[in-house]
Design a protein around this ligand. Sequence first.
Ligand code: NOJ
Ligand code: MG
Length: 557
Amino acid sequence: MNQPQHAVPWWQSGVIYHLYVRSFKDSDGDGNGDLAGILQQLDYLSETLKVDALWLSPVYPSGGIDAGYDVTDHTNLDPLFGDLSLFDRLLAEVHRRALRVILDFIPNHTSDRHPWFLASRSSREHPKRDWYVWADAQEDGSAPNNWLSHWGGSAWEWDAHTRQYYLHTFHKAQPDLNWRCQALKEAMFAVVSFWLDRGMDGLRIDSAHYILKDPALRDNPPNLYPELTAYKPLGEYDSQLHLYDRDHADTHGIYRDLRRLLDEYERLDPHHPRLMLGEVSLFDWSQWVTYYGAALDELHMPFNFGLLGAIRTAREVRQVVDAVESILPAGAWPCYVLGNHDESRIASRVGEARARIAMMLLLTLRGTPVVYYGDEIGMHDVHIPASRIQDPWELRVPGQGFGRDPERTPMQWDKSTHAGFCQANALPWLPLAEDAKECNVASQLADASSMLTLTRSLIHLRHSSTALTVGSYSSFSQVPEGCLVYERSGPHERWLIALNFTNEEQFIRLAEGSHGYLVLSTHLDRQGAVDLSVLSLRANEGCLIVMEIQDQRVHLS
Ligand code: NOJ
Ligand code: MG
């Protein structure tokens, strides 16, 4: 096997770990994960898992409404997590281990308690009035148009003092910024520079495709076929086609400028490539792909969220991956996820056996894998009693399944009280899973057949193979229903990945007389030479098979 080529930037060859700071590790007994907790667990990340980069959920002071996504100060640390000097220490230690840090950057909105918004709402004449999206009421006093908040109800909130409405795509405590205002744009770019100067390796841009809307504020048309436009129901928000309240063409100019800023840092320090990763939850790939930029001069990678829904069946996964592969321009690099802090846990969505297949898929696809914390041990959604709900979406639209606390619960480290997340006498901010005594890092490290062992093996194999890291992808059509088979090829190797998404044994028939070497099964119980004229896969089994490219006998169709 060949080492991955060094010409490839870290964000392309590496595995990103999505670390939900408040739930990772509490160091000071307040029941909230913090930066010092991350410092304590760096061996786990860099030595045990061997991931390459950490995406930290928002760490800034916030209004406490939306888990840090309602920022009150962009250039400081929430005291819950630490302070700037601790951040610098963490970054230095992370870099010493050749890891990287990606910070959440939230350009669409701030908290309504951010000094910018307080100034903006103080009077219509204030120079910062224009930093947010304000509009007059209609003649009858109603909201300027029919735009809806993601979390139910109008996206407009009346401000009695200045007698105008302000826009909020999310919670009313998260007023939308106005990126058409040059001063605001400069202020937000200065925020990015602040963190780049400190050494941040990349940013994950929150709600990236929302930042610019129709300047004429036209009404959205009704959505007659919600099931075609969303991968999961979002309630009232699905009743419209979101033509005018997001994804405006001018957005691309902003990202081109932001990319220029990052590129300038890279030009001055070519050994420190910086990443722009963006949350673009669009499911029309021709629309989604525009965020790479016409000249690949915008986001390095917009997340691709296609697997979230597709993971149900082999056929849907193939449709998504093949469609994404065929639409990506040369040089554009995909980025996949199985879940995140906004989605039900993969193990709860598809079950434990299939979560293993999903992990093998994620870590063998062409594209940067982003692993959500806890998925490496197969953590499940945790039931949250009503009295402990934190998520504003659940509080605003209760009982309809929108709550995101179940997938944000504390990391399960060992079988001690609170699973080693915090001290025994502390109250964790969200309850621990009931199965934490069995499902935790320590017990899975000691178990050769565990999900953690599988995840570690997959990351290790990906790192050790150019083909699995940056090789080409092609899928096979002549396979049984319920199976997904694809090949990853590099100059010196070919890998075959065969995944059985069904509850029955399946037989994959490839070329007569061809052979390979099975390196890893999701069941972690077999290895060795396999006959590829008929490859048998047990129920819910995935296999990673290597074939020497020089072996002329192997001709797969
Ligand atoms: C997307 C984030 O992932 C989500 O958690 C947040 O609530 C919204 N953006 C609003 O910032
Ligand atoms: Mg703490």
